[in-house]
Every structure is written in structure tokens, then in C-alpha cells.
Design a protein around this ligand. Structure first.
Ligand code: SF4
Ligand code: SF4
Length: 161
């Protein structure tokens, strides 16, 4: 498996066309059939990659964060909730809140310094294990160039879809 982040960033540009072909094939499959095919690959790749050696999602993502999570995170920062929101949270057009500092203010090297209270959206990333993966291929494509799990899952899927 490829885990070098620079190689993945370069390869993902070169393989963009192949990704497009994969998406077309997936479009023709049923949601259940694709989940049954993809999830064992997701499990295998996820087991083979050590996120503590990577941390790349925490450099590029803007994870969703709930009010309850903000309370815990602001306490970790020893900041008031108001100051925490002012400095580290933004809201999108739908009024959904997310951590907006890039890299994430809680990233220490490749490791999350608030692992036990990290937002649910961080724990869920890259989300390939959830049912209905077919409907999240846009998100998969966005993460293909930054996440070794996503990159390697896509590369393996090309051989079996
Ligand atoms: S809270 Fe932790 S897991 Fe989430 S983006 Fe920040 S460093 Fe990464
Ligand atoms: S989820 Fe992906 S980008 Fe994030 S640390 Fe793990 S391998 Fe790296």
C-alpha cells in the first residue's frame, strides 16, 4: 500500500481519469452490491494503515463540531467557550459549525492532542465504512488526494469493480 503523502498527492492527479471511470461503473451498481464489494476492502486497508503516522486529514479538513463538543474542546484549550468559538469555529451557509483552523489547532505532530474528546466527525473520518458509500463518492474524490486510506481503497476498487 502507498502511504507516502507526497506520492499520493502526485498520483491522485495523474489517476484522475481512472477515478472518473470508476465512478461511472459504480453509478451502474446498486447501493447494496457496491457496499458488499467495498466494505471488505475498506476494512483491509484501514487495518493496514497507521493514522498516528499520518494525521493528514487534520491538516486539511474542517470537521463539523457540535455545541457540546465545543464545550469540551474549549476546556481542553483552557479558553472560554466564547473565545474558542471566535478563534477556532466557523459556520457554513446552512449554519453548520466546524473547526476552521488549518492545520487543526489540536494537531500535535501527527497526533490529535484531544483524542478522547475529538468531534464525532473526526472519529468518523474518512467515513468509508458507513452504508451507502455509492452516494458519498464526491466526498471520496475530495479525500482521495489527502488520505492514504481513501487512496488505497480506491486503487483496490479499480481492480474489482
Ligand atoms: S480535533 Fe483532533 S482529530 Fe479532529 S481535526 Fe483536530 S487534531 Fe484532528
Ligand atoms: S484518516 Fe486518512 S488522512 Fe486521516 S490520519 Fe488516517 S490515513 Fe491519514
Amino acid at each position: 500500500m502507498i502511504t507516502d503523502l507526497k506520492t499520493i498527492a502526485e498520483q491522485s492527479k495523474l489517476l484522475k481519469g481512472e477515478f472518473g471511470l470508476l465512478k461511472q461503473k459504480i453509478k451502474r451498481m446498486s447501493v447494496t452490491t457496491f457496499d458488499l464489494l467495498a466494505h471488505p476492502v475498506v476494512d483491509e486497508v484501514t487495518k493496514g494503515i497507521d493514522c498516528t503516522q499520518c494525521g493528514n486529514c487534520c491538516r486539511f479538513q474542517e470537521p463539523g463540531v457540535t455545541e457540546e463538543e465545543m464545550v469540551k474542546l474549549s476546556a481542553e484549550k483552557r479558553m472560554s467557550l466564547v473565545d474558542f468559538k471566535k478563534n477556532h469555529v466557523a459556520w457554513d451557509k446552512e449554519n453548520v459549525s466546524f473547526l476552521c483552523t488549518k492545520p487543526c489547532t489540536f494537531l500535535d505532530g501527527n497526533i490529535c492532542s484531544v483524542y478522547s474528546v475529538r468531534p464525532g466527525s473526526c472519529a468518523d473520518f474518512p467515513g468509508l465504512h458507513r452504508p451507502g458509500l455509492k452516494w458519498r463518492m464526491k466526498q471520496v474524490e475530495e479525500n482521495y488526494s489527502i488520505c492514504p486510506i481513501v487512496f488505497n481503497v480506491v486503487e483496490k476498487l479499480k481492480g474489482i469493480v
